[in-house]
Design a protein around this ligand. Structure first.
Ligand code: MD3
Ligand code: FE
Length: 215
């Protein structure tokens, strides 16, 4: 808990969102500047791009990856692959600080020994959104996904195991980390269209990191 001067806490730093989903408010706040510098270096080598869905739509979210494999989408489908399709080169390595932050957060939620091999980096401009989906391209669904929010706040839509389950809305802000595992791992989720704004750390965008065990 985050305690105020008198030892009371209004804002719980650990907030269970559902069975298997733990929000760690502000957990990455101290690391944010270092993360954003590393993201600059990664995106110099592997620039953000708007991927095409198998159905032929251009995603409004701009994406890139670091790690041994990266998530890609094109007309042929979704998959993880070791090279960047835009350059033919391997994805940039995952910085040690990324993997360590993700492993510490996962351990807080009861997932000891989380070793991510992929980090998908999503960039949202105002109006960008991610429609309800499941993350099921990973072979080992026992491993959690860890997400880190940076910059402008977003409304996260958290549904159930069925697409039709009405999603709950949660605000995710700069520095927030969420661990999604167990029964939450296959929940439908998305991001509502990002509101206009400016954030001191990122300017007019939100950046989200998702750490996955994809091998
Ligand atoms: C719940 N990203 O990259 S992070 C994604 O903010 C993705 O960019 C969103 O959904 C974003 O696939 C949401 C929260 C998140 C990420 C992965 C999950 C929630 C999840 C996987 C399983 C269950
Ligand atoms: Fe997802």
């Amino acid at each position: 808990m985050i305690d105020d001067l008198f030892g009371y806490s209004d804002v719980p730093a650990r907030e269970p969102l559902a069975d298997g989903a733990l929000l760690l408010r502000g957990y990455a706040g101290d690391a944010a500047e270092e993360l954003l510098q590393a993201i600059d270096a990664i995106t110099t080598a592997a620039p953000f791009r708007h991927m095409i869905t198998p159905g032929g739509y251009r995603m409004s979210v701009a994406m890139t990856n670091c790690g041994r494999v990266g998530w890609v989408s094109d007309r042929r489908g979704y998959r993880y692959q070791p090279t960047d399709p835009d350059t033919g080169r391997p994805w940039p390595a995952m910085p040690a600080a990324f993997a360590e932050l993700a492993a510490r957060a996962a351990a807080e939620a009861g997932f000891a020994g989380f070793v991510p091999d992929a980090c998908l980096i999503n960039r949202y401009a105002p109006g960008s959104r991610l429609s309800l989906h499941q993350d099921r391209d990973e072979p080992d669904l026992r491993a959690p996904v860890v997400s880190v929010s940076l910059g402008l706040p977003a409304v996260f839509l958290f549904g159930g195991r069925r697409r039709g389950d009405r999603p709950r809305r949660h605000r995710l802000a700069h520095g927030d980390v969420v661990v999604w595992g167990g029964p939450a791992r296959l929940a439908f989720h998305g991001i509502a269209p990002l509101a206009e704004g400016a954030h001191p750390a990122t300017g007019a965008c939100r950046i989200n990191l998702t750490f996955r065990k994809a091998l």
